[in-house]
Design a protein around this ligand. Sequence first.
Ligand SMILES: Nc1ncnc2c1ncn2[C@@H]1O[C@H](COP(=O)(O)OP(=O)(O)OP(=O)(O)O)[C@@H](O)[C@H]1O
Length: 282
Amino acid sequence: MNARITGGEPLISATELRKVFPAPRGTKGEDVVAVDGVSFELLPDECLAIVGESGSGKTTVARMIVGLERLTSGAVTVAGEDRSAPPTHLRDRRRRAREVQYVFQDPYSSLNGRQRVGEVILSNLRLHAEGRVGSARELRRQAQEILDAVGLPERFFDRFPRELSGGQRQRVAIARALAADPGVIVLDEAVAALDVSIQAQILNLLADIKAERRVSYLFISHDLAVVNQISDRMIVMENGRVVDAGVTSELLAQPTHPYTRTLRAAVPGPGWRPVRREKLAS
Ligand SMILES: Nc1ncnc2c1ncn2[C@@H]1O[C@H](COP(=O)(O)OP(=O)(O)OP(=O)(O)O)[C@@H](O)[C@H]1O
């Protein structure tokens, strides 16, 4: 079972999320309001981007959604079930991981250096098989199928992460997420550490996976050019609040909010124009 649901019911619903980090003990510093009244919905088969400058609260929102950060107030539901409180036991944690997987920014630190690529995938397959673990041969076949889906042929199965490039490592991280067969993948600056040409490859890969596996993405990024390529809708965060939201191509073509205009103006490269995703796909 995964968190996929049919129809227009949101996969993730975030309502009035608020996160306050207390000032460190013994200091006279002030509490940090990292997230303040953030609401959004992620629909089946869509990619929703959360954009904003560094410190705007994007990662904190993502961590609240996956249960890594306790909510100060507000509510999160996944596939209609309340997920506002952190998981209390291992079973709950695993069930949530099957619903929503998280891919981190840094492909260099997010993989265990002592685990071979195939084992990374196998261990997540075993973890989420819910007692339906097949033979070792069948598991290996499934692991290789997932690696094939992210463009890593059989010769990568026994390699260690240190033997891979940044782009290849991020493919492994995506494959590891897919092994849980999730309904949603949260991608937190998942291409930010990669060269532009490798970024494009990973974005194409993500688009292919989304079309083939019907997984939804919550795509956290500060990079509007990247967001323009991958997302259907976007919300814009500034100082912990949502200041703008809408269909990505429309919002980028004609940004109305001053902050969105500022972000848009910061996109590098003369002649950069928002391009509808259908055009990119051809
Ligand atoms: N564990 C924490 N303790 C205290 N303050 C925190 C903590 N985590 C985040 N913050 C603060 O909350 C605010 C939002 O941070 P967050 O990392 O969510 O922003 P972001 O938009 O993801 O930025 P970046 O892209 O740089 O990660 C920042 O002011 C940050 O310093």
